[in-house]
Design a binder for this molecule. Sequence first.
Ligand SMILES: NC(=O)C1=CN([C@@H]2O[C@H](COP(=O)(O)OP(=O)(O)OC[C@H]3O[C@@H](n4cnc5c(N)ncnc54)[C@H](OP(=O)(O)O)[C@@H]3O)[C@@H](O)[C@H]2O)C=CC1
Ligand SMILES: O=C(O)C1=N[C@H](C(=O)O)C[C@H](O)C1
Length: 266
Amino acid sequence: MEKIRIVLAGPRGKMGTEALKMIESTPHFELAAAVDSRNGGKRIKDIVGLPSFEALIYEDLHVCLDETVADVLIDLTKPEIGKKHLEIALERNVRPVIGTTGFSDEDLRRLSDLAADRQTGAIIAPNFAIGAILMMKFSQMAAKYLPHVEIIEKHHDQKLDAPSGTALKTAQLITEVRESVKQGHPEETEDLPGARGAELDGMRIHSVRLPGLVAHQEVIFGGEGQTLTIKHDSMNRASFMPGVKLAVERVMKIDQLVYGLENIIE
Ligand SMILES: NC(=O)C1=CN([C@@H]2O[C@H](COP(=O)(O)OP(=O)(O)OC[C@H]3O[C@@H](n4cnc5c(N)ncnc54)[C@H](OP(=O)(O)O)[C@@H]3O)[C@@H](O)[C@H]2O)C=CC1
Ligand SMILES: O=C(O)C1=N[C@H](C(=O)O)C[C@H](O)C1
């Protein structure tokens, strides 16, 4: 099998270090280069705690792709950087697999057009954990029958964005199958602003940030005399890696942008 040559952005991060281990243990993956916010000119093996890859580190993706032959870019940095990197990669026909969040509907339309123009596959995955994908799919199924729903997402306190990309994607999948519902009492008030959480199409989303947490979500449905809770917990970042690996393999076979791993798992 031909090796897939990968550029990894964010190799020192919590997700990036797991991705390095996943690349190291996958015989048909090769780390071609890395993009970091510092350490330009060093090699991955020079960074204490990282595996002994010879791959060079760049601080600018443009320069990296000028000097590197690559098939896939994996981006695990932060929201505004992931978006920028996706565009740079597509313009050079390098296939992006993006784990960062923060893509608006307008961004998705524009980037889908760009991927189609370039006939280059791209995957944006708000959550790479297979269990989280199932949690989202099951939530979409349930919302057809139980349209009153609130989402509680809980993450570590180093997370930059709120609500999580997973919560937004879950809400979006639910809006595809139910009419907007005004939830709660029609005359309810918020005596403390934010008490009812964020609102998306009538749904409430609550974000919890605490040390000790990794990535967790509960989707709670309420009906007459009953509730249904669909819950997923990622206990560590290794939980995301089978999904990253799958996305790298699949992005090589598509020529358009796919938003959400639920669209590529069978
Ligand atoms: N889709 C999914 O399943 C998952 C997605 N995520 C997302 O992945 C991203 C990374 O998460 P996590 O690993 O926890 O975060 P970390 O903060 O641990 O890692 C982010 C890394 O990106 C680096 N970085 C920042 N700016 C740049 C840049 N311009 N170029 C290259 N590297 C850069 C940071 O360096 P420095 O510290 O020097 O700034 C840091 O090493 C987040 O957006 C998170 O929400 C996380 C888990 C699962
Ligand atoms: O920042 C994180 O940690 C995570 N981010 C993604 C999100 O915003 O949904 C995926 C997962 O929840 C972990």
